[in-house]
Structure formats: structure tokens, C-alpha cells
Design a protein around this ligand. Structure first.
Ligand SMILES: [Zn+2]
Length: 252
């Protein structure tokens, strides 16, 4: 069995719009904190050290993460939208399919036709609950300013087409699941067409589905299907998203 890490490392780098803050509490400081109730300090601890600790400040959309229906709106399918803790666990451990989509950003968002063509090429038909991973190569910009702007996103139609076949989790290796923010905003400004604004995300108000944003290493998966994906989200109360250590499991 081979395990392939499909996650980015959460780090204070240039690809995070909201800066990640990590405060490292050293083993020495940790000892002082632990010893405080009985007035001892690190000097009394083995090797002068206690236990380390970190305080972190980040958003639920930092690094590789999963968007829950609640992120898209308060209602989904006419009912209260589920938050990240309320989603069925079985959605997050299923058969995976990876589709190699072109990295040419001039092509715009990934369409239904493109997905159908890719599936035909690999000879696979989507099954309910498959975790569909879209490899656009956008993770090569991780750590650089281009990460925010050089990606394609997925159209509402392509998203709906997958969800209608029973897919609950669609992952992509780019900053966002919809096209770059500046493109959608410019489009709206030019056309006043409300459907230019976060169309795939807002489709999640109509039908329940999750998206994984900011995947990495999708090209390391050695086959297009016939592997498992494990992407359990961290359980946080009433949140619309949460981080996940996404892993592809390849049985030899
Ligand atoms: Zn997100």
C-alpha cells in the first residue's frame, strides 16, 4: 500500500490572503507554564525542558481545506445548510478519480464537456460518492503571488453534472474552486450578470456538495482510478470549512 500526501503544509507564506500566525512555545517556556501551579520552573524539569506548544491563528480556508454547504449559504436544498461537523463521515473515505485538466488558464473554468472528454479518455464512468480530483497543475504556484491569479476553477454546469451523478466531494489543486476573484468581479462589472459571481460555490445552495480547495501533488497519483481518497475534515463547531490531511491510498 502506498500513501500519497495531497495536502499543502499550513505555513505563514505568500499564498495565504489572511496571514497565518504561528506562535511557538518552546520546551523551556512549556516547562515554566506546566510548573507554575507549584512554583517550579524549567530548571526542575528533565534536561531543563517541558512540553512544547503552539498557538496558531488562521482561517478555516487556510491551506488544504474542505468547504461545507454552510459556506455557500445558510440554506441548502431548502433546509438549514450543514456545517463541517455535521457531514456524513462516509463522504470523506471513498474511491477516487483524478482527471488531468489542462493548465492553460486562457481556457477559462473547467467545463462539463472537458470532464466528459477526460472520463472517456480514461474509460471511467462516475459512480455515486466518488471523490473527484481535478489536476490543473495550479499547485506549482504555491508560495508565490501567482497562486491567487493563475488558475482556472470549475463551471457551475460541470459541478452540477458531477453532483447529479451522486458525487459529494470534488477537489481541485487551485486557490479556489471558482475562477480567480479578479476575473469574476471584472466579469460582473462588465456584464452586470449575477451568475458571474462564485457560480460553483452558489450552486451549493441548490444541491449539497463539498469542495476541496488547494490540493497538491495530484500528478503523483499513479493511476486515474482504482484508488481510495481519505479526506476527513477536522471537527470544528458551526464552521463552514475545515482543514484536512488529504491522502490517496494506492493498493498494490
Ligand atoms: Zn474554501
Amino acid at each position: 500500500m502506498r500513501l500519497i500526501d495531497l495536502s499543502l503544509e499550513i505555513a505563514p507564506n505568500n499564498s495565504e490572503p489572511v496571514p497565518v500566525e504561528i506562535e511557538y512555545i518552546s520546551h523551556e517556556e512549556g516547562a515554566d507554564i506546566l510548573g507554575k501551579p507549584i512554583n517550579i520552573n524549567h530548571e526542575q524539569f528533565p534536561d531543563g525542558m517541558g512540553l512544547s506548544l503552539e498557538h496558531i491563528k488562521l482561517t478555516t480556508h487556510t491551506g488544504t481545506h474542505i468547504d461545507a454547504p454552510l459556506h455557500y449559504g445558510p440554506l441548502c436544498e431548502g433546509k438549514e445548510a450543514k456545517n463541517i461537523s455535521e457531514l456524513p463521515l462516509n463522504w470523506f473515505f471513498q474511491n477516487g478519480v483524478v482527471l488531468n485538466c489542462h493548465d492553460d488558464t486562457n481556457r477559462g473554468a473547467i467545463t462539463q464537456t472537458e470532464l466528459q472528454k477526460k472520463l472517456e479518455e480514461i474509460g471511467y464512468q462516475i459512480q455515486p460518492l466518488d471523490i473527484v480530483l481535478l489536476n490543473t497543475g495550479a499547485d506549482k504556484w504555491w508560495g508565490k503571488a501567482e497562486y491567487f491569479t493563475h488558475f482556472r476553477g470549475v463551471t457551475k454546469e460541470a459541478t452540477a453534472w458531477l453532483v447529479e451523478q451522486g458525487v459529494k466531494i470534488i477537489g481541485i489543486d487551485s486557490f479556489g474552486f471558482d475562477p480567480p476573484f479578479h476575473e469574476m468581479l471584472k466579469n460582473y462589472k462588465d456584464t452586470q450578470n449575477i451568475s458571474s459571481l462564485w457560480p460553483a460555490h452558489f450552486y451549493g445552495r441548490e444541491k449539497e456538495y463539498c469542495q476541496i480547495e488547494r490540493l497538491a501533488n495530484l500528478s503523483l497519483i499513479p493511476k486515474s482510478f482504482g484508488f481510495k481518497v481519505c479526506c476527513f475534515p477536522i471537527k470544528i463547531q458551526k464552521c463552514g470549512a475545515s482543514w484536512s490531511r488529504v491522502v490517496a491510498i494506492i493498493e498494490d
